[in-house]
Design a protein around this ligand. Sequence first.
Ligand code: GDP
Ligand code: MG
Length: 307
Amino acid sequence: MGENIFKKWIKGLDKTRKVTFSRLASIFGTNEITNETWDELEEMFLQADAGVETTESIIESMKKTARSEGFTKASELTEALQTELRNRLQTPENPMDTINKAKPFVILMVGVNGSGKTTTAAKLAKQYKDAGKKVMLAAADTFRAAAIDQLQVWGDRLNVPVIAGVEGGDSAAVAYDATTSAIARGIDVLIIDTAGRLQSRYNLMEELKKVYRVTGKALPGAPHAVWIVLDATTGQNAMSQAKAFKEAVKVDGVILSKLDTSAKGGMAFSIAGELGLPIIYAGLGEKSEDLMVFDPDNFIEGVLKTE
Ligand SMILES: Nc1nc2c(ncn2[C@@H]2O[C@H](COP(=O)(O)OP(=O)(O)O)[C@@H](O)[C@H]2O)c(=O)[nH]1
Ligand SMILES: [Mg+2]
């Protein structure tokens, strides 16, 4: 992992820590565990955008631990909280291992408009290319011409081939062509970018289902991974979006984008709990190198550390 990207990661987590989790020092600094301790913890998690359901579940579980361990001092909760939060984050499989499982390994990028799909597709293309893989991009977001251009610009910059349709064209046909072309050209990883907005949510979900189905016709087993890009600055809104996407297609993991500008990192805890999905990558900026494999231990350390 590059030193630069690691610095961005630490800086990104600093926002969530400073705005919300830094309160832990005063919460745990008091002597006795009182109702106020729990109230303040609850408020802190809500502020971090962990969501009501996840927050309540964290507090309940912590109370149980405190009871069974016989904790009376607030400071005794520090370690318990760390363990509690760590247990809520799944450890993702190393994506470099994941993409070796098929050839071509086909990735479908989904998510609402503006979440960072196209940028993330480019970031992934760069990572895999740098790792020596033959990569191809497909612009199956045919809703806007600008979306096709955007991916093409990235492809040119990264020297990665882009299969694109025309504005208003059939996105499933683009995905089909890209998949057969990837097979013919001996591509290792095909990344399909999709639309995040259509005339209606219904149309969007129907189109995604079709892209998914047709990709599987071009290559049985494909897409091998469906990754949803969630904008970390939108917190709990992103959660409801993710639930809608999960109903349309089988989603395998989350890419949490814009962690560099978000103070709502607490949503990471509800992604695991409420969506049951691992966070695979974190987006940390607008450049192609601004992507890091999500490290749960490091995440906990980063948001909870005291200075
Ligand atoms: N700061 C920051 N900006 C990002 C990140 N990922 C994407 N963006 C920006 O978010 C905006 C929308 O991204 P785009 O990839 O076009 O989203 P899409 O509509 O889902 O394809 C663009 O201005 C990107 O540069 C990230 O990790 N950090
Ligand atoms: Mg896009």
